[in-house]
Design a protein around this ligand. Structure first.
Ligand code: NAD
Ligand code: UPG
Length: 486
């Protein structure tokens, strides 16, 4: 499928619909609308609240926080970008329908805890078949198990109106949160998978022509459907594997006096290895890595490859261990008890420049410390208390019912200094840039002594903190001589 010719393929006047107005659907479609002003793009969702937020006049209220996104929406919304709950109407009118719905890990039944649930995609396929009276290209944008395009194709075929033809494409999204707009403006590659038949090749060419409005042709990779679906899972597995690899080495560094940043630099300078995704941390989070690797593990098992499954499962096991190791290290450093102690958690988002808290390591650490009876005071520049509590409940099972005094032991603060007031320790959960410029002298003065710093992101000036008087512990770095080994 590498020889798709897109010369002369027109996109003017195309109508694009996208089902799913989330972290992917919203930004992706906004950028398509910006880069292709002659294409009309309608983003759809069943959630009225989400659509209302996308339509909010105040761009600070968009449902997704991404640097640069508000400007893109400001330029396009109402021109050729629309947000609506009229799924049926917009799909019926569209030439191309993207499906960008959530595909969470199954919580019940066959494949529970591992397989991705594609019920939302199936529901979309049924809707598309029911309301369509013209031919359409259906684009699988969600991350899915390999062979999902076949499921969609069969549901469409079984339910379509006579004379209506559909081509199903796979076009996985590789944007990372916090850099979504830049990633969409300049993607490393766009991947399009299709059927190697005339209609499939025509559909691939049509979608490639849309992207080619701003992405160079050589960056648009065309493959068969299954390579495309699988490549998305594999890309995430490889990225997460690098983090688990460096995190495993961070533990060895702490025991030996090596410094994980120096090791990462030395190793990553080899051009065959490369420097990216080698930052040791308290563990990766986000809605994708764990879900997609578990999905890969499940697929390997289902296809009778237990060794392959075990290999990739270890990436998750190492991440779980790293989160636990960090939390346990905090408790053991603070004289084996944090009961009744105040701990300032700086950051709650799973990474900087996003308000997303899905699978954030901060929630795991919070649960651990709450079980140890600590009092947590949390500050995140973008995440509000309800989102923190909802993630604590959804992913970690911490609720007011099973966690005594949750309302008083898990408090959100308006600033880092407020969180540090009277605290025994501060711990960096998220690498927000602003944490480097906290007034640490003031924080130290306001904290109980000895005052501890646990840097789970390796972003603070540790020499300066030690000079102020803090006991400093950093992932993957030797501890100060006066401190116990983490
Ligand atoms: N978040 C990311 O950074 C990212 C990046 C690349 C790929 N992905 C993948 O993209 C997909 C979407 O992820 P997301 O983070 O945007 O999810 P999300 O939860 O933010 O958004 C999904 C939206 O789909 C809507 N939806 C679900 N079923 C629907 C239906 N039947 N009709 C109409 N709307 C429906 C939901 O209401 C929700 O608003 C997932 O498969 C994910 O793995 C995510
Ligand atoms: O060197 C690193 C790099 C990242 N992280 C952590 O890893 C997690 C994931 O980060 P990142 O990959 O930057 O963000 P995501 O938005 O989850 O993006 C990933 O998942 C998306 C959803 O599938 C893909 O589209 C992206 O390509 C892929 O990078 C975060 O907790 C980061 O803090 C580290 O700990 N060390």
């Amino acid at each position: 499928m590498s020889d798709i010719d897109i010369t002369g393929v027109k996109i003017d006047g195309l109508k694009v619909a996208c089902i799913g107005a989330g972290y992917v659907g919203g930004p992706t479609m906004a950028v398509i609308a910006m880069k292709c002003p002659t294409v009309t793009v309608t983003v759809l969702d069943i959630s009225e609240e989400r659509i209302a937020a996308w339509n909010d006049e105040d761009l600070d209220n968009l449902p997704v926080y991404e640097p640069g996104l508000a400007a893109v929406v400001a330029e396009t919304r109402g021109r050729n970008l629309f947000f609506s709950t009229d799924v049926e109407g917009a799909v019926a009118a569209a030439d191309i329908v993207f499906v960008s719905v959530n595909t969470p890990t199954k919580l019940h039944g066959v494949g529970k805890g591992r397989a991705a649930d594609v019920k939302n995609l199936e529901a979309c396929a049924r809707t598309i078949a029911r309301v369509s009276s013209s031919n359409k290209i259906i684009v699988e944008k969600s991350t899915v198990p390999i062979k999902t395009a076949e499921t969609i194709r069969r549901v469409l075929e079984a339910n379509k109106r006579p004379g209506c033809e559909f081509s199903v494409l796979s076009n996985p999204e590789f944007l990372a949160e916090g850099t979504a707009v830049d990633d969409l403006f300049e993607p490393s590659r766009v991947l399009i998978g299709g059927e190697d038949k005339p209609a499939g090749r025509t559909a691939v060419a049509q979608l490639a022509a849309v992207y080619n409005n701003w992405v160079a042709r050589e960056r648009i990779i065309t493959t068969n459907l299954w390579s495309s679906e699988l490549s998305k899972l594999v890309a995430n597995a490889f990225l997460a594997q690098r983090i688990s690899s460096i995190n495993s080495i961070s533990a060895l560094c702490e025991r030996t006096g090596a410094d994980v940043s120096e090791v990462a630099r030395a190793v990553g300078s080899d051009h065959r290895i490369g420097p990216n995704f080698l930052k040791a941390s308290l563990g990766f989070g986000g809605s994708c890595f764990q879900k997609d690797i578990l999905n890969l593990v499940y697929l390997a098992e289902r296809f009778g490859l237990p060794e392959v499954a075990a290999y990739w499962e270890q990436v998750i096991a190492m991440n779980e261990w790293q989160k636990r190791r960090f939390a346990e290290g905090m408790v053991s450093s603070m004289f084996n008890s944090v009961s009744g102690k105040r701990i300032a958690l700086l950051g709650f988002a799973f990474k900087k420049d996003t308000a997303d808290v899905r699978e954030t390591a901060a929630a795991y650490v919070s649960k651990f410390l709450l079980e140890e009876r600590a009092h947590l005071r949390v500050y995140d520049p973008k995440v509000r208390l309800p989102a923190m509590l909802s993630e604590l409940d959804y992913t970690c099972g911490v609720t007011p019912e099973n966690c005594p005094d949750l309302a008083t032991r898990f408090v959100s603060c308006a600033s880092a200094l407020e969180a540090c007031d009277g605290a025994d320790a501060l711990a960096v959960m998220t690498e927000w840039d602003e944490f480097a410029s906290i007034d640490f002298e003031a924080a130290f003065a306001a904290m109980r002594k000895p005052a501890f710093v646990f840097d789970g992101r390796n972003v603070l000036d540790h020499a300066k903190l030690r000079a102020i008087g803090f006991q400093v512990y950093v992932i993957g770095k030797p501890t100060s001589p006066s401190a116990t080994v983490m």
